[in-house]
Design a protein around this ligand. Structure first.
Ligand code: TXA
Ligand code: MG
Length: 323
């Protein structure tokens, strides 16, 4: 089971390299691939040995279950029980950046390690053409967390994956920067009351519009409901200071909007025109760049807590809490 491209796992995604990546998955290997949200580190979700390699590569605790990526709703319904609200959400947002957690079918064939022994499974139908082609060619459910070391910032470019994981993946498919830049929104439809397990690329109000009622975020002290949210997360090495309206010369500035305080060592503006979708796309790459800038701290300007701003502020809060 030789590694494909051992020294240079980053390959531009073409029909040929995607076919190679599909072969690597079928052989029990690991493939990093772009989705519209962030890059994923994938393995055959039915193969416990392959899935175990994901946990080892990420140094991820085994109580934290993985998302299974499938080509369509029909495949998803073969793995989990979908009620009316789950179907409505799938119809509205798939393919796209929504993950649905639903009761797992006992005979679904997914390795127990993927679901951390839970009776539920997280499913997502990605929209990215490269992810879709990989699913089509591999013809297997792909378990894939974000392709970063556990607790670090999710990768939105192939180079980030290489920096996080080196040559651990058999292949890193390069599809350029991710369009959304924030992980999928995770919704649990396990019982009668859908809950938000993770804020993400689909804003809360869009989900509420489909459900026809409001949806709450699962409380952080309900660990079984959302194990991933307990993890130390989105952690740059550099301390992060939120709601900065002024900046010190030793600080790097993560700016937002047209009016930016002067005097920072380095400044990256997430969106000079104050556009939240643009800011989401830039966020993780900007945090990585500022983290590597040598500044003593990263000061972050306030970002409106509406629409995608809710998920952006969630990630920034975790980044600031990390130390
Ligand atoms: O955008 C995304 O969702 C990316 C791309 C690659 O698809 N994937 C991703 O995976 O962010 P990961 O593993 O970094 O985050 C998955 C989240 C974690 O918070 C995990 O705890 C939660 O989904 N999760 C997975 N299965 C679950 C389950 N059965 N019940 C509750 N939460 C679950
Ligand atoms: Mg992750």
């Amino acid at each position: 089971n030789e590694k494909i491209g051992r020294t240079m796992p980053v390959l531009p995604a073409t029909d040929e390299t995607i076919a190679r990546a599909a072969g690597a998955l079928a052989a029990g290997g690991l493939v990093a691939f772009p989705t519209e949200t962030v890059y994923g580190l994938g393995a055959d979700a039915r193969a416990a040995n392959a899935v175990a390699k994901i946990f080892a590569a990420k140094e991820r605790p085994q109580f934290n279950p993985l998302i299974v990526h499938v080509p369509d709703l029909e495949t998803a319904e073969g793995l989990a029980e979908f009620g009316a609200e789950a179907r409505a959400l799938a119809a509205a947002f798939w393919p796209g950046p929504l993950t649905i957690v639903a009761p797992k079918r006992p005979d679904c064939g997914i390795a127990d390690l993927v679901t951390a022994g839970l009776g539920t499974i997280a499913l997502r139908v990605p929209a990215h053409p490269i992810a879709r082609e990989l699913l089509e060619k591999a013809r297997l459910p792909i378990a894939a967390p974000s392709a970063n070391r556990s607790g670090r910032i999710s990768p939105t470019e192939a180079g980030h994956v290489a920096a996080e994981l080196g040559d651990i993946p058999d292949v890193i498919l390069d599809g350029g920067p991710c369009e959304r830049g924030l992980e999928s929104t995770v919704v649990s439809v396990v019982d009668d009351t859908p809950t938000l397990l993770r804020l993400g690329a689909v804003p809360r109000r869009e989900i509420e519009a489909v459900l026809g009622h409001s949806i709450e975020i699962a409380s952080e002290d309900a660990p079984i409901a959302s194990p991933g949210q307990l993890e130390r997360h989105y952690a740059p090495q550099t301390p992060v200071r939120l709601d900065a309206t002024q900046v010190e010369p030793h600080e790097a500035l993560l700016a937002f909007g047209p009016e930016v305080p002067e005097g920072a060592a380095t400044t990256i503006n997430l969106s000079a025109k104050g556009d939240l979708a643009e800011a989401a796309t830039q966020l993780f790459a900007a945090l990585r760049t500022l983290d590597e800038s040598g500044a003593r701290a990263i000061a972050v300007m306030p970002i409106p807590n509406e629409g995608l701003g809710e998920a952006i502020n969630d990630r920034l809060r975790r980044a600031a809490q990390a130390r």
